[in-house]
Design a protein around this ligand. Structure first.
Ligand SMILES: Cc1cc2nc3c(=O)[nH]c(=O)nc-3n(C[C@H](O)[C@H](O)[C@H](O)COP(=O)(O)OP(=O)(O)OC[C@H]3O[C@@H](n4cnc5c(N)ncnc54)[C@H](O)[C@@H]3O)c2cc1C
Ligand SMILES: NC(=O)c1ccc[n+]([C@@H]2O[C@H](COP(=O)([O-])OP(=O)(O)OC[C@H]3O[C@@H](n4cnc5c(N)ncnc54)[C@H](O)[C@@H]3O)[C@@H](O)[C@H]2O)c1
Length: 457
């Protein structure tokens, strides 16, 4: 005998930041909505990613600033203690990795939560265990990603950490090898180094933050080195070994590193087969779900978040959620536009970027001009002194006379980026930006000399 299906308007599979947002928007609009979540409502960001890591960064930055006191204001004794960090993550941020508050927030909208792993089993149908859900209007997929573990000999079966484990540690290890020099790897590397851990970063590509401007990567590499982090780029790990007394032994093409702990931060993976997308005619061997500018992936199926491959950020997921909700509700709204997608890696200095890098602009545009302004030679940089490393790089389409990209590395780089994100988003002419008045002596005032360089004949 077949199961009796539960009929609703919309089924949201995966309640990450975008899934939670779209489910609430649709429920608030009066639709019957079921959210399906296999782990915690809210997804990776509040429990294992953005929030706990930024709590760590805030604490590590306080240590970093305190260590700058001797250069500026006398002396300060810095004795790091992880326990307030662990307590804030456990008690204030994640309530012990418990999503009760998020569930109540969702249920208050009229939505219903089904715990378990959802799978599309037919057009308009999601199955969770033995429960069959029929979606009259549509299915929204927001499954996020899992840590990708490289197939390195000896790695599987060792007690390595990913972001999922490291966010709940109660004690800083004595030594840590970080595999991967992307945003995840670097944020953790600096945090742990500042807490007194001996940190080594092994990055396979020739530069840290391979997607960033090379000038930005250079600044952050120099800072990490200055803080005692060992950095290897172009490094291929060949073998990993572990034993309880010795810890980890990591063999690269020419060196061997030992460490108490190993953090694998080598990117993310999706599993479209497990999601059952073939049932709606989609390629389940692909890495991401292709969506149109309204987040439609197939007839009656929308996808949002990391799985769409448009930048794995919480703000992307929530932005896409807004568009998908409007489309499902038949409301007008602007189609997705990623030209001014911002990103911030919360190292010190922060590495923030919007739009195209120089390399990508050269690949896409006929006439590209760039200009760099260095923060240490700006007035604010001079005043700031210790910790003033950084730069502002502008990328312009010189034919159109507008900025198409910008990178800011510096103290509060993510905040400085705001002005440049507006410029890229609104296509403000460079000539108009150059007429602006920039407050003295701010860090963002360093945008002005870069604009002046762009305007030179
Ligand atoms: C260490 C780290 C730090 C980060 N820091 C930042 C930051 O500072 N700023 C930023 O913008 N981004 C940051 N990110 C990225 C950010 O976490 C993600 O982009 C964000 O969580 C959005 O992801 P998502 O909406 O695609 O879904 P996710 O947050 O990944 O959530 C998806 C949810 O779906 C559930 N799920 C999956 N499959 C199923 C299924 N079949 N059935 C039921 N449930 C399912 C999962 O259990 C999960 O809860 C960071 C990432 C990491 C790893
Ligand atoms: N502040 C933020 O907004 C923030 C913070 C963390 C993560 N994120 C997002 O989460 C996603 C995941 O971040 P991530 O840093 O894990 O992934 P990533 O893909 O950005 O970086 C992974 C790095 O690991 C390297 N790598 C891969 N295999 C390797 C190997 N075998 N040995 C050595 N190095 C190897 C890659 O070259 C790359 O530099 C990214 O899209 C990122 O933008 C955002």
């Amino acid at each position: 005998m077949g199961q009796v299906a539960d009929e609703v308007d919309v089924v949201v599979v995966g309640m990450g930041p975008g899934g939670e947002d779209v489910a609430a928007r649709l429920a608030n609009a009066g639709l019957s909505v079921v959210g399906v979540e296999s782990r915690l409502v809210g997804g990776e960001c509040p429990y294992y990613a953005c929030i706990p890591t930024k709590i760590m960064v805030r604490a590590a930055d306080a240590l970093g600033e305190a260590r700058r006191v001797p250069e500026l204001a006398g002396s300060a004794e810095v004795r790091p203690d992880w326990s307030p960090v662990a307590a804030r993550i456990r008690d204030e941020a994640t309530t012990g990795w418990n999503d009760e508050i998020a569930v109540r927030r969702f249920e208050a909208t009229g939505g219903r939560l089904v715990r378990g792993t959802g799978r599309i089993t037919a057009p308009g149908e999601v199955t969770v265990g033995d429960q069959v859900l029929r979606a009259r209007r549509g299915i929204v997929l927001n499954p996020g990603t899992e840590p990708a573990i490289p197939p390195i000999e000896g790695l599987a079966g060792t007690p390595y950490w990913t972001n999922r484990e490291i966010v709940s540690i109660e004690q800083v290890p004595e030594s840590l090898v970080v595999l991967g020099g992307g945003p995840v790897g670097l944020e953790f590397a600096q945090v742990f180094a500042r807490f007194g851990c001996e940190v080594t970063v092994l990055e396979a590509r020739p530069q840290l933050l391979p997607l960033a401007e090379p000038e930005a990567a250079e600044v952050i590499t120099d800072r990490l080195l200055a803080e005692g982090v060992r950095v290897r780029v172009g490094s291929t790990v060949q073998r990993v070994g572990h034993d309880a007394s010795m810890g980890f032994r990591i063999t690269t093409d020419g060196e061997e590193f030992t460490a108490e702990r190993l953090l694998v931060a080598t990117g993310r993976r999706t599993d479209l087969r497990a999601l059952g997308v073939a049932a709606v005619g989609l390629d389940d061997t692909a890495r991401t779900l292709e969506v149109d500018t309204r987040m439609r992936a197939a007839e009656g199926v929308w996808a949002i978040g990391d799985v769409t491959g448009r930048g794995a950020f919480t703000h992307t997921s929530v932005y896409q959620s807004r568009i998908a909700a409007a489309d499902i509700l038949g409301e007008p709204g602007a189609p997705a536009d990623y030209r001014a997608m911002p990103s911030v890696t919360f190292t010190d200095p922060e590495v923030a970027a919007v739009g195209l890098t120089e390399t990508r602009a050269l690949a896409e545009r006929d006439r590209v001009r760039t200009a760099i302004s260095r923060l240490p030679v700006s007035t604010r940089g001079f005043i700031h002194k210790a910790g003033n490393e950084g730069l502002i790089k502008l990328v312009a389409d010189s034919q159109l006379g507008v900025l198409v990209g910008a990178t800011v590395v510096g103290p509060s780089g993510g905040e400085i980026l705001g002005a440049l994100a507006v410029a890229v988003h609104a296509e403000v002419p460079v000539a108009l930006l150059a007429e602006m008045i920039f407050a003295y002596p701010t860090f963002h005032r360093a945008i002005e000399p870069a604009l002046t360089k762009l305007m030179e004949p």
